[in-house]
Write a protein that binds this ligand. Structure first.
Ligand SMILES: [Fe+2]
Ligand SMILES: [Fe+2]
Length: 147
């Protein structure tokens, strides 16, 4: 199967971008939590940031192994910083983002990958989707701890 020029190639790149942005955003949210003296939440957000980094590397590996000339996308960290509100708001926003990945985005990318014959990539979407669900549930639980 040739990945270049497929919808799955675009989806992998979008996924990479989303995971890297997630990594940076959770780092920013972790700092914010620390400022608000939610030290445990801050630690958990840092752990999630590392998991998003690991996810991003899985997508990058898919692209590179399929002979895509991978170029690191530019990420507007200033824009991401603007998304940082109070820790409570950050947690609820992050949790809905995770649920959206689990319910909408990754299932769609999984479906497209199957249609295009990329069975292994489809499996990655299915597996990572389940991890995002766990993230969503954890973030929701943390948000409830602080109200
Ligand atoms: Fe992720
Ligand atoms: Fe996640």
């Amino acid at each position: 199967m040739i990945l270049k020029g497929t919808k799955t190639e675009k989806n992998l790149m979008n996924s990479y971008l989303g995971e890297v942005s997630g990594k940076i955003l959770y780092g920013i949210f972790s700092e914010q939590a620390k400022k608000e003296k939610y030290h445990e939440i801050s630690k958990k957000l840092n752990k999630l940031a590392n998991e998003e980094l690991a996810h991003s590397l899985i997508f990058k590996k898919c692209l590179v192994e399929n002979n895509i000339n991978f170029q690191e996308p530019t990420i507007d960290t200033a824009e991401l910083k603007k998304m940082c509100k109070s820790t409570y708001e950050n947690l609820t926003m992050a949790s809905s983002g995770e649920y959206k990945a689990y319910e909408v985005i990754y299932p769609e990318y999984e479906k497209v990958a199957l249609e295009e014959g990329f069975v292994e990539i489809a499996k990655i979407y299915s597996n990572l989707g389940k991890v995002e669900l766990i993230h969503g549930e954890l973030l929701e639980k943390l948000s409830k701890e602080i109200i």
